[in-house]
Write a protein that binds this ligand. Structure first.
Ligand SMILES: [Zn+2]
Length: 130
């Protein structure tokens, strides 16, 4: 699987999404034409100015991205803008490595979602989300 296609323009790592991991409707990630309505209708994915990543845009960070970023910071303790800044500075492979380190379940080794505070595979909670 091409991991680079699984990072959305907004900086979301689709691998960390509950939809991608098979909770609810299955999703192949934003880069592979998402099958989910909520993702298809995403204002960032449908943005006229859409680039590979939002930081390439002259409006970056726009109000849409800031709104999404705020929602994710408050609800899921992840910042899209921080993700984008990291990618901009360090490149995609390093970002993917970092995400793997941060979000890997310490019990079973699978990737945890950002949407749940427990691992959907082994149901264990650990300190990754503290
Ligand atoms: Zn686990």
């Amino acid at each position: 699987m091409d991991h680079t296609k699984l990072i959305a323009p907004c900086g979301m790592d689709c691998r960390l999404c509950q939809a991608f991991q098979g909770k609810g409707l299955p999703c192949q990630g934003c880069g592979n034409t998402s099958s989910r309505k909520s993702c298809q209708n995403c204002s960032i994915l449908n943005c006229k100015c859409k680039k590979e990543f939002c930081y390439e845009c002259s409006f970056y960070p726009c109000s849409r991205l800031k709104k999404l970023d705020k929602r994710y910071r408050e609800k899921y303790k992840m910042s899209m803008i921080n993700n984008l800044e990291f990618i901009k500075k360090n490149g995609l492979p390093k970002f993917i490595d970092l995400q793997n380190q941060i979000h890997q379940c310490k019990s079973c080794g699978k990737l945890k979602t950002v949407h749940q505070d427990y691992c959907i595979y082994c149901q264990k909670k650990d300190s990754n989300h503290e």
